[in-house]
Design a protein around this ligand. Sequence first.
Ligand code: PEP
Ligand code: MN
Length: 343
Amino acid sequence: MIIVLKPHATDEQIEHVVQRVEALGLKPHLSKGTYRTIIGVIGDEEKLQAAPLEAIPGVAKVVPILPPYKLASNEAHPEPSVVDVAGVKIGGGFLAMIAGPCAVEGAERMDAIAKAIKAAGANLLRGGAFKPRTSPYAYQGMGEEGLKILRDTGDKYGLPIVTEVMDPRRVELVYRYTDMFQIGARNMQNFNLLTEVGQTRKPVLLKRGMSATIKDLLMSAEYILSEGNSSVVLCERGIKSFDSSTRNLYDVAAVPAAKALSHLPIIVDPSHATGRPDLIPPCALAGIAAGADGVHIEVHNCPEEALSDGPQALLPHQYAELAAQIKKLAELFGKTISPTRGK
Ligand code: PEP
Ligand code: MN
C-alpha cells in the first residue's frame, strides 16, 4: 500500500502517519520529495484497509497494491480454475453449454425441452423454480414441485441441473435438488445469500448485477470463496443502458476483462443480455470468441406459451444450429465441451 501525503504536509503530520502505521505492526518506508512525501507500507494490507488513514490530516490518498478480492484474484491463483458440476467441467478449456427454459412450467414441457437440448449438445439443464420477477403479480415459479421436475428430468437425460436460489432461507431446500446454485443478477449483492451458498460445497453460477462493475462482481465472488466454497463460475448477462434496442447492454469485453483479474471461469448469457432471439446466436459466438467458458441460453419449445421470458427464447432447432456453430468455434480455439452421461 502507498500512502500519498498532501503537498506541503507538515513534519508533524508525516510523523503522525508513521506512528499510526507502526502502531498497526507494519513497517513504513518514507520517500521525501521537494513537495510531496509518499510512504510505502509492505505487510498485511488488510490491517491498513481497515484503518481509515485518509481521515488523517495531511494524507491525500491511500493506494492499495493488492486487489481486495484476494481469493478471486489471479495473483494468488495464476492457473484458471476448473469447476466441476456433477462431472461436467467448466473453465480451463472446458465449455459449459447451459440451456433450458426460463422457468420450470411442468414435467412434460421440461421433458421435451431437455430431450431437444441434450440432442443438440447441451451439457447442463437450467430452469427456474423460484423466479425473481419485477412485478409481484407476475409468475413466481413452481417452487419445490419445480425443483423435483428439474431434478427428475436432469437425471433422465444425464444432464446436471442449475437453478436459481433467491432467499438464504431456501438454500437448504434448493441444495437437496440442484447440482449448481444460480445467484441471479438482482441478488448479486445479497451478501447473506452469498455467505449461505458459500457455506455449502455446491458450485455457484454468479450472475453479474445489472449495475455492477467487474470489481463488484469479483467482490461478490469473494464472499462465496471466503466461506470455503471454491466452485464459482461468473456470468456476464448484460448491464443497464440508455439504449432500449436490446433488453440490456451485452458487455462482451467483461469476459477478457474479468479473466485479466481472476482465475474464475466466466460464461455469457446472451438471452438476458440481449432479450432478442435474433441476436442470441451472434452474441453467443462473440462470447466464446472473447474467451468465455460457456454459454447460458434460454430455450423453449413453445415461446408463445412460456410463463416467463418467452420473447427471448430460442426454439430447439435454433438452439441446435447455434450449438453446432459453437462446437466448431470450440474446436478452433482448442476447447472441449465436457460430455454428459446417458443418451
Ligand atoms: C434467469 O436466468 O432466468 C434470470 C432471471 O437471469 P438474471 O438474474 O440474469 O436476470
Ligand atoms: Mn429468464
